[in-house]
Design a protein around this ligand. Structure first.
Ligand code: AMP
Length: 280
C-alpha cells in the first residue's frame, strides 16, 4: 500500500493505473463498516483507493470536529489488511485553499432530516466529495447506507454534475447488539453505550409494525420514539419518509425511518428501510 499526502503525487500515481479504480472516502477511526465498503469496492475494480480526511467544512460550529476520533497509524494498518492499494491522507491545507470561493450544493434532498438539523453539513459533504472525485478520478465509489441521506444526495450530485462514476450503496454493519458501527461509538459513555441499543430496537419494532400493515408515518415514528426515550436517549429527529424523495411518507409500500439521537453529548444516526427484509 502506498501512502500519499499530496494531490500532485496522487494524480501522478493515478495516471499510471491501468483498469478500473474504486474509491472509498472516509473520515478515519476505521471500523468494520468502513472495511465492508472496501471489500465491496474491491469487487468492482482492480485498484482500491481510500481517503482519510476529517473534513472541517461538514462540521457545524458547535459540533465535534476537535474531538472526532483520530488514529492514523491504526487506520493505515486496517486499510492495508483490507487490500487498499493507495491511501490518500491529505492535510486540511492541502485540500482547502484559504481563498476558496466555490461550494457544491444539492438543492433538494438536503433540507430535512440531518440537513435541517445540521445547516451547511451537506454543502460540506458535496464539496469535499466533488473535490476528492476530481482528485482521485475513480470509476466506482462506495458509500454506506448508514448515512442514507448522504448517499441519496451524492447520487443526485453525480447525476446532476455528470461525474462518470458509479455510486454503490453498501449495507450498514452493526455491533452484535444491533447498534450501527460508527466512529462516534468510541465516544459513548459506557451507560449510554448500553442504552444506545434502543436505537436499532426501536427501528426493528417499527419494521414489525410495518410488516403487520401499519401505514401511518406518525404511528411508526412514535413506536421508535417511545423506545429511545424510555432508554434515556434524546431524539434530534425521527422521520418516516419516502426512501426516494426523502419527503414525508404518505402511505404506500416503500418507507424509510431515519433517526438521529443524542446519547449524552454524542449524536448517533441510524435508519431502516421498512419495505426491505429485516437485516438487524
Ligand atoms: P465516515 O468515516 O463516518 O465519514 O464514513 C465513511 C463511509 O463509511 C461513509 O460512506 C459511511 O456511510 C460509511 N459507514 C460508516 N459507518 C458504517 C457502517 N456501520 N456500515 C456501513 N457503512 C458505514
Amino acid at each position: 500500500m502506498i501512502i500519499v499526502n499530496s494531490i500532485s503525487k496522487l494524480r501522478s500515481l493515478r495516471k499510471e493505473l491501468e483498469g478500473e479504480v474504486a474509491f472509498v472516502p472516509t473520515m478515519g477511526a476505521l471500523h468494520e463498516g468502513h472495511l465492508s465498503l472496501m471489500s465491496e469496492a474491491k469487487k468492482h475494480a482492480q485498484t482500491l483507493i481510500v481517503s482519510i480526511f476529517v473534513n472541517p467544512t461538514q462540521f457545524g460550529p458547535n459540533e465535534d470536529l476537535d474531538t472526532y476520533p483520530r488514529d492514523t497509524e491504526g487506520d493505515s494498518k486496517k486499510c492495508e489488511s483490507a487490500g487498499c492499494d493507495i491511501l490518500f491522507l491529505p492535510s486540511v491545507s492541502e485540500i482547502y485553499d484559504d481563498n476558496a470561493k466555490t461550494e457544491v450544493s444539492v438543492a433538494s434532498l438536503t433540507t430535512n432530516l440531518c440537513g435541517a438539523k445540521r445547516p451547511g453539513h451537506f454543502n460540506g459533504v458535496t464539496t469535499i466529495v466533488s473535490k476528492l472525485f476530481n482528485i482521485v478520478q475513480p470509476d466506482v465509489a462506495v458509500f454506506g447506507k448508514k448515512d442514507y441521506q448522504q448517499l441519496a444526495v451524492l447520487r443526485r450530485m453525480v447525476k446532476d454534475l455528470n461525474f462518470p462514476i458509479r455510486i454503490i450503496g453498501s449495507p450498514t454493519v452493526r455491533e452484535s447488539d444491533g447498534l450501527a458501527k460508527s466512529s462516534r461509538n468510541l465516544k459513548l459513555r459506557s451507560d449510554y453505550r448500553k442504552s444506545a441499543v434502543a436505537l436499532s430496537q426501536g427501528l426493528v419494532k417499527a419494521h414489525k409494525a410495518f410488516e403487520s400493515g401499519e401505514r401511518k408515518g406518525a404511528t411508526l415514528e412514535q413506536i421508535v420514539k417511545d423506545e429511545v426515550e424510555t432508554a434515556g436517549l434524546v431524539p434530534d429527529y425521527i422521520s418516516c419518509v419516502d426512501p426516494d424523495t426523502l419527503e414525508t411518507y404518505e402511505g404506500g409500500e416503500k418507507a424509510l425511518i431515519a433517526i438521529a439521537i443524542f446519547a449524552g453529548e454524542v449524536r448517533l444516526i441510524d435508519n431502516i428501510e421498512l419495505h426491505e427484509e429485516l437485516a438487524i
